[in-house]
Design a protein around this ligand. Sequence first.
Ligand code: ADP
Ligand code: MG
Length: 345
Amino acid sequence: MPIQILPPQLANQIAAGEVVERPASVLKELVENCLDAGASKIEIDVERGGSKALIVRDNGKGIPKAELELALARHATSKVSSLEDLESILSFGFRGEALASISSVARLTLSSRTQDASEAWQAYAEGREMAVQVKPTAHPVGTTVEVVDLFFNTPARRRFLRADKTEFTHIEEQLRRIALAKDEVHFTLRHNGKLVRQYRPARNERQKHQRLASICGSAFAERAFALRCSNDDLALTGFMALDDDRARVSDVQYFYVNGRVVRDKLVNHAVRQALEECGLSQAAGYVLYLTLDPHEVDVNVHPAKHEVRFHQARYVHDFILTALQQGLVARLEATGGVVAEPAAI
Ligand code: ADP
Ligand code: MG
């Protein structure tokens, strides 16, 4: 075969292979877009584990009619326009690939209205046929994306989908990760018409604790103690909880870097070392939020952005270690050497 440029549709489907693994990854991309659009309320409707339909509705700023078609195009984004933007990125999105990828492997409808528009508009794209149709519709200010029949035109991918229940479990986990990142956003999740999760916005400490309990479970929330530590460059906040004979809470492990949930061995290592140095043998669960200058971290490492690269990894590690040790010591002192206080009855 001679060298040839791939048709856009195929290029999008290849890109979709990296970011659209299963319904939960579609959910991640759609919800991150809602958050980037400043939404305070996000409603998610899932049918049959997300393989039949995944609908995400937000009350964010919306997309102007003139940009609807572009929103579905590859490498089209409103979030970066220069390398400097990329190096200081704080939005979830920047690759301009999610909607193009998803619409190449599903039937996608995008409906939206901006504050200053008198009507709402809808764009529809279906798998192989990339011609986008735009027509008027009814919609309040904000955006709804409907993704129907995921992988209908990529049978090899579709075969990898698990039972609806399993896919839905992944969706719930994805939602937990995102909901922990944004305390002030109201989320609802329905499955086959039934309300399954509702995370209410948390504005004060009591509400935050309630939200933590509804997302991470009451066993974690009852044992959780707050952490707060900062220097000129870095800040760490969040919660830690230790396993005891009544409950295992160490499966709750979330680490956020500038609001983005990431997997990083660095934090696991720091947690283990902090426990060891405090003479504790049990394992710990945690929800930790690290903030730092976005120039100090590269988020463009992985298409699904699960990983980041710190410019000064050692410094970040040692800071987290110190923050955790201080938190643990304070907790041990406050509870007379017992890390988990008996739960209030
Ligand atoms: P990215 O998020 O990397 O920019 P996407 O393909 O996810 O790429 O989205 C493309 C563009 O569509 C975004 O840059 C944004 O301008 C617009 N968009 C997508 N979803 C929404 C939404 N829910 N609300 C407002 N704008 C949106
Ligand atoms: Mg996006």
